[in-house]
Design a protein around this ligand. Structure first.
Ligand SMILES: O=P(O)(O)OC[C@H]1O[C@H](OP(=O)(O)OP(=O)(O)O)[C@H](O)[C@@H]1O
Ligand SMILES: NC(=O)CC[C@H](N)C(=O)O
Ligand SMILES: [Mg+2]
Length: 505
């Protein structure tokens, strides 16, 4: 889950893209990049790091033009440490294309081969996004034989891209001298929306991963890009749209609502904040049916993402909600950091207990999810050190039991604390006195009730059902093997073990 944005304006867009990327920073902390275009010339700056560190004044000055795009990266393919894999990616033919991608292709390894052998295209990194760009370039080359380029030709190319690539993808692509193209995979797994603003110079159109980027930069939300749909915005700001997939259905990733997205975003008509409140409400019912609420003195969230769920749960239980952990605002999100060793170290750097909220009390700690168990194991320990009598733990999401292949970096089952472990075994591992999980159906209901017209959720990490239906055992192995050679020593060792023992999801 990276954050992507694209803008067409009549005024300079460098600062606007920077501001939008800051609003999407929670979606990726490893690298950031911006490309702008003036006429047909494109200007790029990308590097490892968060937005504030990557762009200095001199870099911003070197990004002129009124069209552009940007990305904040959280790698799910390739390597977090490789600057070359930071986005955007550029190819010079046809036209000059620059692309940003959120998601993960499940057939990147096969496509890479095919691109080289058949299409005569060379891929220079391990990034699936570079593969995606080259497939699009190849198809656009075929579709756009007659010039000037028309929206029709662009849509034809996107239809061909849908037929070739598999997995999840929300994409924004700049076609130098023509405009911006945005499209979303046929299941709408990763989010993408667009909005407009009237600026003194004329109309401005922005495409972004989350509505918060539109709102925070003064754009009026227009709508989500539909699954399979392509939206082409020409240089005058005219929006052309076309459904380019054969059987599109809307199955947004449920993990966006659990953890990934900002609570103030609305995705596919569903408020992320309300979804989290609802999950807190249903989790409360689970708690009540598991233990007498009289055994709980206080409800404490594990900041940041669990707050809305914990708040609602406390209210439902009729128990006080207390901020027992203080978050160091200068430490980023630990789950999306590269490498297990740095994630472990960061939990204690990030969170610290306020002893008076724990001393002699039975505390119910609430998190939005337990994935590798890194956070909960440390936090339970910290609660005990702070003097808690009993430490109960509740998760607003169900156990994460299966790898994710659609843009969340958990490619192997062996790294998941809930894989092949019973709830009792997980409880023992994290050292809690009780552990209560949301169940899968309740989670889907809690979120799905906010938009009755969706077809369902992509919830494979919880239910093992991979919505694209075409991820082969070979794809799983290729993705895990690719990640095994990246990350840190601890990640690598785990992935290698997983590869030895399994070749199925
Ligand atoms: O079981 P784990 O592998 O530790 O992963 C789950 C934890 O990671 C996330 O927090 P994170 O610190 O990334 O971000 P937040 O501040 O948004 O909660 C999530 O909210 C859980 O707390
Ligand atoms: N999280 C993402 O969306 C990642 C995008 C792309 N697969 C990369 O690794 O750079
Ligand atoms: Mg958290």
């Amino acid at each position: 889950m990276c954050g992507i944005v694209g803008v067409i304006s009549k005024a300079p867009v460098n600062q606007l893209i920077y501001d939008a990327l800051l609003l999407l920073q929670h979606r990726g902390q490893d690298a950031a990049g911006i490309v702008t275009a003036m006429g047909t010339k494109v200007f790029m700056h990308k590097a490892r790091g968060v937005v504030r560190d990557v762009f200095r004044t001199r870099n911003m000055r070197a990004l002129p033009g009124s069209v552009g795009l940007g990305q904040v990266r959280y790698p799910t393919a390739g390597n977090a440490y490789n600057e070359e894999e930071a986005q955007p990616f550029y190819v010079n033919a046809p036209f000059g294309l620059v692309l940003v991608h959120n998601g993960n292709l499940t057939n990147a390894h096969a496509l890479k081969h095919e691109l080289f052998e058949v299409d005569r295209r060379h891929i220079n990194t391990e990034s699936d996004s570079e593969v995606l760009l080259n497939v699009l370039a190849h198809e656009l080359e075929i579709a756009a034989r007659d010039l000037p380029l028309t929206p029709e030709q662009v849509f034809k190319a996107v239809s061909a891209v849908h037929r070739r690539i598999k997995g999840s993808y929300a994409v924004v692509c700049l076609i130098a001298g023509y405009g911006l193209l945005a499209f979303r995979d046929p299941f709408g797994i990763r989010p993408l929306c667009f909005g407009e603003a009237d600026v003194p110079e004329g109309k401005e159109v922005m495409v972004a991963s989350e509505s918060v980027a539109l709102e925070g930069t003064g754009h009026k939300f227009v709508r989500d890009v539909a699954p399979g749909e392509a939206v082409f915005v020409d240089l005058e700001g005219r929006v052309h749209a076309r459904q380019c997939a054969e059987n599109p259905t809307l199955h947004p990733c449920v993990f966006e609502f659990v953890y990934l997205a900002r609570p103030d975003s609305v995705i596919d008509g569903m408020s992320v904040y309300q979804a989290r409140l609802n999950m807190g409400e249903t989790l409360a019912q689970r708690v009540i049916s598991t233990m007498p609420p009289s055994e709980i003195d206080v409800v404490i969230p594990i900041p940041e993402s669990s707050r809305p769920a914990a708040m609602q749960l406390a209210q439902k239980l009729g128990k006080p909600y207390r901020e027992g952990f203080v978050k160091n605002r200068y430490v980023g999100r630990t789950f999306i950091m590269p490498g297990q060793s740095v994630r472990k170290k960061s939990v204690r750097q990030k969170l610290n207990a306020i002893a008076q909220e724990f001393k002699g009390r039975n505390v119910l700690l609430v998190d939005d999810s337990i994935v590798r168990g890194t956070t909960s194991k440390e936090i339970v320990q910290m609660a005990r050190e702070a003097g808690a009598r009993k430490v109960y733990m509740a998760s607003a999401a169900p156990p994460v039991r299966y790898p994710n292949v659609y843009g969340i970096d958990m490619p192997t089952k062996s790294e998941l604390i809930a894989h092949d472990r019973s709830v009792e075994e997980i409880r023992a591992f994290i050292g809690a006195d009780a552990l209560i999980y949301q169940d899968v159906a309740a989670m889907k209901r809690a979120v799905g009730t906010l938009n009755k017209s969706i077809d369902g959720f992509e919830a494979s990490c919880f239910d093992g059902h991979y919505i694209t239906g075409d991820v082969s055992a070979e794809d799983f192995v290729a993705m895990a093997a690719q990640r095994a050679s990246q990350g840190d020593e601890e990640d690598g060792q785990r992935s290698r073990l997983a590869l030895q023992s399994a070749s199925e999801p």
